[in-house]
Design a protein around this ligand. Structure first.
Ligand SMILES: *Cc1c(COP(=O)(O)O)cnc(C)c1O
Length: 458
């Protein structure tokens, strides 16, 4: 008999989570103005709001905290991290920052100016924010297949090389500070980019004299998908694949809160000494001295350990199989989800489920509230509330997709939790035709409204 799959770790420390009654949740979500961000974590049984900074560190990472060196300059922890980044990613220079968006702030301050364009694959919101804040433009060159939820494609994060080349031809290279490749592509659902595509992008970047930057939050999950799906990579280790991926990058930014499995941290890394010098000034200004930036010594030591563990196949297999397990279970129940299942989350197609709720009443948010009421599970809306208003007309923007994202924290929940999530969503799905009313906005901030929006029953 073939042995079933089991996790590649055992549990040494646990944290109690609280169940609640439907009556309690009805009151709590009302008090939270039907905004899931406003709930206290104690009011949540299973928290799938994000996989960012919510992972469980290992015994090795916790012990690294104890050996951290808190010297202001030249800390041992800094050199541990420097060595690890060079070994795993191949970059000789790096600057530590407090998280991913801070790395963007430091690097883009050195590179991006008004009127620039930055082509890439569905830039992440903070990345786009840091580009637009500098009055530059992000141009989405993702392949068209990425936008069809039911279309199966192994590398939906890929850049369309024709679209990219058009941008490179249209603008002079002085206006393109870099090409931005997000691995895996968060905005298109944690979808990976193939080595073949990374190579193609790099060749174009060299042809046109424009550097390539990897936005690297989920680089290890990307490498896992290359190993599983791309021809010729089945026998390579994750670390070998990661080294190969980064041959095709000149620089990178990293949110360490994802694949490096720490609760806070980030960095930017590069090959060019001159760029490192230039960015160092901004690091000192915004983050801290160059050998700690936004991080304490112990956190740099835990991050070094996390980068090493996070690029081990057994860990990644456990991680990604759990996300797949949930996705498969939902599909088995007939619930429409984005396919193939991405690396860090399952995206539920709320528009296909809540057909009786008009889009003006926020289908994905309504589904998120229903799932919370059903079982105390917190997901996050990726729909019209997030899409916000048009900056010029101030009209609501209604995106093509109304998705409820269920992001799975790393090494935190068991498959029993996945079973509860799937059953709860099935219960909501079974009574979908009785849900005719959504939500209406009673207050919103002028930008980034989704974090603080206040809603009521429509
Ligand atoms: C999370 C993330 C960021 C921003 O990182 P923070 O640590 O949240 O500041 C940037 N890019 C991608 C692709 C991300 O997933």
């Amino acid at each position: 008999m073939e042995l079933p799959f089991a996790e590649s770790y055992k549990i040494k420390m646990v944290e109690t989570i609280k169940k609640s009654t439907r009556e309690e949740r009805e009151q709590w979500i009302k008090d939270a103005k039907y905004n899931l961000f406003n709930l206290k974590s104690d009011q949540v049984f299973i928290d799938l709001l994000t996989d960012s900074g919510t992972g469980a560190m290992s015994d090795k990472q916790w012990s690294a905290l104890m050996t951290g060196d808190e010297s202001y300059a030249g800390a041992r922890s800094y050199y541990e991290l420097k060595e690890t980044i060079e070994k795993i990613l191949g970059f000789p220079y790096f600057l530590p920052t407090h998280q991913g968006r801070a790395a963007e702030n430091v690097l883009f301050s050195a590179l991006v100016k008004e009127g620039d364009v930055i082509p890439g694959n569905s830039h992440f919101d903070t990345t786009k924010g840091h580009i637009e804040f500098r009055k530059a433009t992000a141009i989405d060159c993702t392949i068209d297949e990425a936008f069809e939820t039911q279309k199966i494609h192994p590398f939906k994060g890929n850049i369309d090389l024709d679209k990219l080349e058009k941008v490179l031809q249209e603008y002079p290279k002085e206006k393109i500070p870099f090409i931005c490749v997000t691995v895996t592509c968060n905005s298109s659902g944690g979808q990976p980019v193939s080595i073949e595509n990374l190579k193609g992008v790099y060749e174009l970047s060299k042809k046109y004299g424009v550097p390539t930057m990897f936005d690297s939050a989920r680089f290890a999950e990307n490498a896992y998908f290359i190993k599983i799906r791309e021809e010729g990579y089945a026998d390579k280790t994750i670390k070998e694949i990661v080294r190969e991926m980064y041959q095709y990058a000149d620089m990178m930014t990293m949110s360490s809160k994802k694949d490096a499995i720490v609760n806070m941290g980030g960095f930017t890394a590069m090959r060019d000494a001159e760029l490192h010098r230039k960015a160092s000034t901004f690091n000192i200004m915004f983050e801290g001295y160059v050998t700690y930036g936004g991080m304490s010594g112990r956190d740099m030591s835990a991050l070094a350990a996390g980068l090493d563990e996070g690029t081990e196949f057994e860990y990644l297999e456990t991680r990604i199989k759990q996300v797949e397990y949930l996705g498969d279970k939902l599909m088995e129940y007939g619930i429409p989800v984005q396919r193939p299942i991405g690396g860090h989350a399952v995206f539920v197609d709320a528009k296909k489920i809540l057909c009786n709720v008009p889009k003006e009443e926020f289908q994905a948010q309504t589904l998120g509230v229903e799932l919370y009421l059903e079982a105390g599970i917190r997901g996050v809306e990726i729909g019209a509330i997030l899409a916000d208003r048009d900056p010029v007309t101030r009209e609501n923007r209604y995106p093509e997709l109304e998705l409820l994202r269920l992001a799975i924290p790393r090494r935190v929940y068991t498959n029993n939790h996945m079973d509860v999530i799937a059953a709860a969503l099935k219960n909501v799905f079974d009574r979908r035709n009785e849900i005719n009313k959504g939500l209406k906005i009673t207050w919103e901030a002028p930008i980034m409204r989704h974090f603080t929006v206040e809603l009521d029953k429509a």
